[in-house]
Design a protein around this ligand. Structure first.
Ligand SMILES: Cc1cc2nc3c(=O)[nH]c(=O)nc-3n(C[C@H](O)[C@H](O)[C@H](O)COP(=O)(O)OP(=O)(O)OC[C@H]3O[C@@H](n4cnc5c(N)ncnc54)[C@H](O)[C@@H]3O)c2cc1C
Ligand code: SF4
Length: 570
């Protein structure tokens, strides 16, 4: 019998374990296997193989039973996930339905999740901007949260490293606030977007309208062909899964790359319950996993563990990893675990019309759009709120179909719709301030079907966010007026936190173990062989979309971890 146990333990032992196979977990798997480590990737959801498991990717609208719309009973049964613009008949298989994985909303929070191999990398909008030192220095300069233990120079080479592999389109704009990257050719502008760009450049020295930077292959390089990926065809139905691998996802890119090394074992249907801490060794030795098909508990062992379950689930796993040494969660001597969660404020938007350029129109589609980098409180504090916001921008021309009449006249007008005017729009992406009172914790009584405590979420906007919304509306109104746009309408949809899908923090990085969970290498201060490299590690949120930074931090931490293992430091 003891032989059997030893064999079982040996069979379940790897060099590294990665928890989660989404954007950050895929990168951890690629880097660790690429450096020769036998790596177990644990994923709570089902497997989704590139191309084979994208059932709707080539379907035309008329081939869907409900014309690609959500059925009313699905919408009514899923009031939370139905708020996400990307949840529709062609994508519903990649989203967690409301009742499937319950959580406790101490304050209203719309938690949008994708539990499958690839995680939310199948669903994301692929916007990828680097952070600058204005972002990394923000907390120290403006006196909130704690200082980041890294600066732009620490991560810049890793941005380049992940950008080259993932394939990022963009233009070298030379802005200090938004460092340039390793770009593939940028997407094209339409004439009204160009008009807006010119007007803003003429009127403001510190405001810029640039083409968005996005994880789309506009000109494949040898490294992309080696991944089996090809040029993006501008189909703009990316979140159904892309058979060309035209956008970056774990499924198209990092996971198959890791599999090719022969060093990866991918175990879907495996929900990590907690991390095992060995008091005698003073380190983590493995993880407890519930097989979601058999509901049996298993243990797996490794020398290092990468936690990549996405920000809030990584908090849950750490909080649930209790031991005599860590009664309040792994590495939580400081008591800050689960606290200082922050997100992005997407509440406000603006729309208008433009009556110029009526001799021009748009042609084709583009899975991207112009972007206005943050311009408020950059060099100095100039408003009554802290930090700032970036904004998306787009312009299009509608077609107007005259549906009056009958017979040949009606047919004629349906076949030859007239063009309407130009419409323009923008939405804000604001930085929120991490606060102790915005937290997640384990519910003391409620459990999920696998016996794991449910996550209790208490996250709210504050006065700073309200002021920022107002400022965005005023500044964008001024900029739209400057460009000659008419019928300007601003909105604040008062959406719940969560719908931005950029939740961050809870296990933040910091210099001081008394006020942070992770050090500058994303290593748990008090448990050096556990690394957290998803959104949970974020000390502050900046205004940029976060996933590129998770990729770069993951590659950087994996490099450090493997070197550290060899030197006996991890
Ligand atoms: C519609 C939409 C648009 C978005 N647009 C953008 C954008 O333009 N730019 C941007 O930067 N970001 C965007 N995001 C956010 C982006 O998807 C996330 O930041 C990113 O996926 C986070 O990577 P991750 O590895 O932390 O988590 P995920 O990609 O969510 O992966 C986490 C994985 O862990 C698994 N997991 C969770 N718990 C456990 C457990 N206990 N045990 C085992 N496995 C577990 C999950 O099933 C999942 O597969 C968008 C998201 C959505 C949904
Ligand atoms: S736009 Fe590009 S990435 Fe998106 S589905 Fe089409 S080809 Fe694929």
């Amino acid at each position: 019998m003891s032989y059997f146990n030893i064999d079982a333990q040996a069979q379940n032992t790897y060099d590294a374990i990665v928890i989660g196979s989404g954007i950050s977990g895929g990168w951890a798997a690629k880097e660790l296997t690429g450096k020769g480590l036998r790596t177990l990737v644990l994923e709570r959801g089902r497997d989704v193989r590139h191309v084979t498991d994208y059932p709707t990717t080539n379907m035309q609208p008329w081939e869907f039973e409900h014309r690609n719309q959500l059925k009313r009973d699905i919408r009514e049964a899923n009031p939370i996930v139905s708020k996400c613009y990307a949840f529709y008949e062609g994508t519903e298989q990649f989203f967690v339905k409301d009742a499937e994985h319950p959580y406790v909303q101490e304050k209203p929070f719309d938690w949008i999740r994708g539990y499958q191999v690839g995680g939310k990398s199948l669903l994301w909008a692929r916007q990828t901007q680097r952070w600058s030192d204005f972002d990394f220095q923000g907390p120290a300069r403006d006196g909130f949260a704690v200082d980041w233990p890294i600066r732009y120079a620490d991560i810049a080479p890793w941005y380049s490293y992940v950008e080259r592999f993932a394939g990022i389109t963009g233009n070298k704009d030379g802005l200090a606030t938004l460092p340039d990257g390793e770009f593939l050719p940028p997407h094209e502008w339409n004439c009204v977007e160009k008009h807006f760009q010119k007007k803003i450049a003429t009127r403001y020295k510190d405001r810029h309208v640039i083409m968005g930077r996005a994880a789309h292959i506009t000109q494949p390089q040898p490294i992309h062909f080696q991944q089996g990926r090809a040029q993006c065809q501008h189909r703009t139905i990316c979140e159904r899964g892309c058979p060309f691998g035209g956008y970056f996802s774990s499924n198209a890119s990092t996971i198959p790359w890791a599999a090719k090394t022969g060093k990866m074992t991918l175990r879907p249907h495996s929900t990590v319950h907690s991390i095992i801490y060995d008091e005698a060794k003073g380190r983590a030795t493995g993880v407890r996993v519930v097989d979601t098909q058999t509901k049996q508990m298993h243990e797996f062992y490794a020398r290092i563990i990468f936690l990549n379950a996405a920000a809030l689930n990584s908090n849950l796993i750490l909080l649930n990893s209790t031991s005599h040494r860590f009664p309040n969660g792994l590495g939580n001597d400081s008591g800050v675990l689960g606290k200082y969660v922050a997100f992005h404020n997407y509440r406000a938007g603006i729309s208008a019309e433009y009556d110029g350029d009526l001799d021009s129109t748009t042609d084709g589609r583009r899975p991207n759009g112009p972007y206005i980098p943050r311009f408020r409180n950059v060099e100095k504090q100039e408003t009554n709120f802290l930090r700032g916001y970036a904004a998306g921008f787009s312009a299009g021309r509608s077609s107007r179909t005259d549906q009056s009449g009958v017979g040949a006249d009606l047919k004629e007008s349906l076949l030859n719709p007239k063009l309407g005017g130009w419409y323009v729009g923008s939405h804000m992406m604001g930085e929120t301030i991490p606060k102790e009172t915005n937290y997640v914790a384990l519910d003391p009584t409620l459990k999920d079907p696998y016996g794991i405590p449910q996550l209790k979420i208490a996250i709210v906007y504050d006065d700073n966010d309200d002021k920022m919304v107002k400022d965005y509306q005023e500044q964008l109104t001024e900029m739209f007026t400057e460009a000659g746009f008419k019928n300007i309408r601003v909105r604040d949809d008062h959406r719940n936190p969560g719908l931005d899908i950029h939740e961050m923090g809870g296990a933040r990085m910091g210099k001081d173990p008394k006020s942070s969970i992770l050090n500058k290498w994303n290593q748990v201060h008090h448990c050096k062989n556990v690394f957290v490299t998803d959104g949970a590690c974020m000390t502050s949120t900046s205004t940029q979309n976060p996933s590129l930074t998770y990729m770069a931090l993951t590659a950087r931490a994996a490099d450090y971890a493997v070197k550290g293992l060899k030197k006996g430091l991890v």
